[in-house]
Design a binder for this molecule. Sequence first.
Ligand code: BTN
Length: 265
Amino acid sequence: MNSELQPFDRELFESLVLSRDLELGRSLISYETTTSTNDVVLRALSDGAPHGLVVVADQQTAGRGRRGRTWVSAQPGENLLFTVLLRPERHAAENVSSITLAIGLAVRDAIEPHVDDEIRIKWTNDLLVDNRKLAGILVESQLRNAELSLAVGIGLNVHLREPPPELRLAATSLRLLGARELRREFLLADILKHVALRLHNWEVRGFSSMLEDFHACDALRGHRVSVDGLAGRAIGIDDSGALLLQIDHEPAPHVIINGTVDILD
Ligand code: BTN
């Protein structure tokens, strides 16, 4: 193993949770290797696992992204791979998808101080720098007896130096961006702090309270894009977090709730 790639130090992380009085991360499960941290949290849901449970792994054998895509683990310890279980107290059912955008803002809030470059969010779940992926988010939800549970999985490229050939033009990492803070325990604690803050805002004030923050770092706004084959110009998002796609010669934008976006120019 590359000597700078250390196993996740749970004692260090637990001391950060206590000294910073973090709300999330008080329950922790850590693995050297697991299939997917999202799977572990989804299984723990039915056993009544608490709000704020964090599952972190040095490596995943079946990490996944949105729409069944594979999330490739590089070397053990190279990236921050974790899932946090959120059980929001209040929520509007039609607005659940906007939590992914709020989480994206939280991850951005946490890592922005470490890099000079502009970090943008590509609707709905990618954090990009210069169009290269720095982090991805996979939110899986369960609604039972009107109680919402969210498995919020985050993969953040930390130490990656040499992206695999197929990702060479598509991926970046905190190291490649010159960040000084590369210890995953500190990064995780920073992210959890900001996730708790954004979650609180989402519950109390709704996603629309974050619209301006999102617009300021929207990777798509003004670009020609294709959403599952439908081409147009991305003109922003609405109050619910839906993408607004303006098709040439059509009077009103399409309101896109779900889809995979490719940037065309
Ligand atoms: C995406 O880009 O489509 C989302 C990627 C999310 C990857 C993270 S890594 C930790 C957690 N466990 C998973 O299996 N996926 C998420």
